[in-house]
Every structure is written in structure tokens, then in C-alpha cells.
Design a protein around this ligand. Structure first.
Ligand SMILES: [Zn+2]
Ligand SMILES: [Zn+2]
Length: 181
């Protein structure tokens, strides 16, 4: 997303403009819709971009290895520095800060890179498709979120033993009902 800030660079310090963001951005896992609002404020050195954006990225669950859509909230706050003076066009030196964001010679701010970087920082290191993801059976690789597998009971996840009892009990009831009919 590109915003021309030439007018705002001429405005007085502290002036704010709001922009609605609704953009498809190439993030870690592919193209994602990014939505929200940002406020641009004129500072003594450049433009401060602040806002909250929301997106979803496709990630792999660290337990069951299934792909799922992980919602991300990006709280962005970055100052952009002009590399050209808006009145004279003279070249300006950006501050010697590593990875600092710049306003290009056409006085345009590009939000794509900042969105990409914040998304990368926000994606959890060990994503879980859900808090209680049961993972995979260590013997057969079956996804235990879809129910128990047919491995030996010792190999089974103990969390499923209660559930399989329930299933057996329910089957018994069904069989009884069939007997009555
Ligand atoms: Zn999972
Ligand atoms: Zn198994």
C-alpha cells in the first residue's frame, strides 16, 4: 500500500491524517488480506505511522502438522524519514538507524514492507491449530483430533481413553435399542 505524503510533509508538526487499509499483501505463507486503519502524523523528522491492522496467515500446526488460518493483529508504530526535501527536492540523509523506513524521492510511503515485517514478528513460533490440539499418534501418524487411532492402547494418548469409553458406552446403548426394535 502506497501513500503520497507530499502534502503532509508541508503541513505543520503534529498534523494527522487517517487512512483505511484494505490490501492484499504477500506475507510469509502467501497472499493475505490486511485490513485496518493507520494514522500518519507529521513529526519534526518525518512521518510517524501508527495503527492496528488485522490479517490471517496460513500456518502449520506445530503438533498435528495441519494447515490452519492463524489470525494476527499488527500494532504498527514506525517513523518514516524523507530522503528528499519536499520543497527543494534536495537529498536528505536518513538517520543512521538500522532498518529505518524511508519516504522515497516521490514522497511516497510504502506500507507493504512494514506490514510484512510486523507479520513475521507476530506469527507464533509454535503455532497451535487450537489450544488443546491432540497432535499426531507417535506410532501411526494419525491425526488424533479426528478421533483415536487403532494402535495398541498403551500407545494411545491417555486423553482419548475417557472418550473411547464414552464411545463404547454409546455403541452399547445403540445396540440395545436395535435389540428392542
Ligand atoms: Zn493441531
Ligand atoms: Zn496410532
Amino acid at each position: 500500500m502506497r501513500i503520497n505524503v507530499s502534502q503532509q510533509l508541508k503541513a505543520s508538526m503534529g498534523s494527522i491524517r487517517e487512512y483505511e487499509v484494505s490490501e492484499i499483501v504477500n506475507l510469509a505463507s502467501g497472499r493475505s488480506m490486511v485490513q485496518g486503519e493507520v494514522g500518519l502524523m507529521r513529526t519534526d523528522r518525518g512521518i510517524l505511522v501508527r495503527g492496528t491492522l488485522r490479517t490471517d496467515v496460513e500456518v502449520t500446526c506445530s503438533r498435528c502438522l495441519s494447515l490452519f488460518s492463524c489470525p494476527l493483529t499488527l500494532n504498527i508504530e514506525e517513523e518514516y524519514f524523507p530522503i528528499a526535501d519536499v520543497a527543494s527536492g534536495a537529498v536528505l540523509l536518513a538517520p543512521e538507524e538500522p532498518g529505518c523506513f524511508t519516504i522515497d524521492e516521490h514522497h511516497v510511503i510504502d506500507l507493504t514492507e512494514v506490514i510484512r515485517q510486523y507479520a513475521l514478528l507476530t506469527i507464533p513460533m509454535k503455532p497451535l491449530c487450537r489450544g488443546d490440539c491432540a497432535g499426531l499418534c507417535s506410532d501411526c501418524g494419525h491425526n488424533l483430533n479426528q478421533g483415536p487411532c487403532h494402535c495398541s492402547p498403551q500407545g494411545r494418548d491417555p486423553r482419548w481413553s475417557e472418550l473411547s469409553k464414552l464411545t463404547l458406552a454409546r455403541d452399547a446403548v445403540v445396540n440395545e435399542q436395535k435389540g428392542i426394535e
